[in-house]
Design a protein. Structure first.
Length: 273
C-alpha cells in the first residue's frame, strides 16, 4: 500500500538552472506578445478590422526595452498631432442657377439658404453668422442698363457701392461711428465674354459702452465689428446685377481663396422668353 502511494506522487520539482553569465545586461522577458494590425494607430481602431497573431517568447535588454517604449510613445504623439491636419479637406462649392432671373453662382456646400432676407437669394455660413452671400438686381421696369460701364469707371462704381452700404448700415443709436475704406476696384472680362466690375470695401463699426454717460471719460469707444464687403457687378437683360459677399476681416484672411472663387463664379445670363 505504501509503495502504491509513493508511485502515485508527482516527481519532485527541479530547481531552475542558474542564469547565464555571458551577458553583461539584465534581460527583460516578455512571455507572449500579441500583435494586432493597425495597433500603432489607436485613432483608427474603430474602423479597422484587427487580425492578431501571437509570437514566441523573446528577451531584450532593459535599456533596449525602455528605448522601444519611449520611441512608440513619441511616434504615437506625432501621429496624433498630424491627424487633424490630414483630415482637413478643401471647400466644396455648389452651383446655384436661377434661369428665371438670369444669373448663376457657386457657394460653399455647407452654407444654408435663408428665405425672407430681402435679397433675391441669400446664403450664409451656419457657424459664422456674419458671413453670407446675396444677389440683388434692379427692377426691369425702372432700369435700362446696356453695360456695367453705365456706372462709370470701376472707381466711380466703387464709390457708389460704398455709399449704398453706408446708407443701409446707418444707425440711429447714440455714439455709433462707422469707418469705411475702398480697398480695391477692378474690371474683368469673364469666360462668357461679359464685362464685370469688382469692388472690395472695409467697414468698421464703433460704439460707446455707455452712450448716456455725462462725462467723456465714461464713454469708452469699442469696436463692434470689422467686415470685408466684396461686390461683383454685371449687366444683362437691361438690369444691373450685384453679388454681395460679406465676411469678417479675420475670416477673410483664412478663406480668401475660396471666397474669390465664389466671386469669379458669378455670371449673368440672358433670359429666354
Amino acid at each position: 500500500m505504501a509503495r502504491s502511494i509513493i508511485h502515485s506522487l508527482p516527481p519532485p520539482i527541479q530547481p531552475p538552472p542558474p542564469p547565464l553569465e555571458s551577458s553583461r545586461h539584465t534581460a527583460a522577458t516578455f512571455p507572449y506578445l500579441t500583435v494586432c494590425g493597425g495597433g500603432n494607430n489607436s485613432l483608427h481602431s474603430h474602423s479597422i478590422s484587427r487580425q492578431c497573431e501571437t509570437t514566441k517568447d523573446f528577451a531584450v535588454p532593459r535599456r533596449s526595452a525602455m528605448t522601444i517604449i519611449l520611441s512608440s510613445f513619441v511616434f504615437s504623439r506625432i501621429n496624433l498631432n498630424t491627424q487633424p491636419a490630414m483630415a482637413q479637406s478643401p471647400v466644396v462649392l455648389r452651383e446655384y442657377i436661377d434661369t428665371f432671373d438670369g444669373y448663376s453662382l457657386k457657394y460653399p456646400k455647407n452654407w444654408i439658404q435663408v428665405r425672407g432676407a430681402g435679397a433675391d437669394i441669400f446664403f450664409r455660413d451656419p457657424y459664422v453668422l456674419d458671413e453670407n452671400i446675396s444677389v440683388e438686381m434692379s427692377s426691369p421696369s425702372s432700369s435700362s442698363y446696356k453695360s456695367v460701364e453705365d456706372l462709370g469707371s470701376p472707381e466711380e462704381a466703387g464709390k457708389k457701392v460704398l455709399k449704398q452700404f453706408l446708407t443701409e448700415f446707418m444707425s440711429t443709436r447714440l455714439g455709433v461711428r462707422r469707418e469705411s475704406n475702398i480697398l480695391s476696384t477692378s474690371s474683368r472680362v469673364a469666360d462668357d465674354g461679359k464685362l464685370y466690375y469688382q469692388v472690395e470695401v472695409n467697414i468698421k463699426s464703433y460704439a460707446n459702452n455707455n452712450e448716456l454717460a455725462v462725462m467723456p471719460q465714461d464713454r469708452v469707444v469699442r469696436l463692434e465689428w470689422d467686415r470685408r464687403y466684396l461686390s461683383v457687378l454685371g449687366v444683362e437683360n437691361n438690369r444691373l446685377y450685384e453679388l454681395r459677399l460679406q465676411t469678417p476681416e479675420n475670416v477673410f484672411v483664412e478663406e480668401e481663396n475660396e471666397l474669390r472663387q465664389v466671386m469669379d463664379s458669378f455670371k449673368v445670363n440672358k433670359i429666354l422668353v
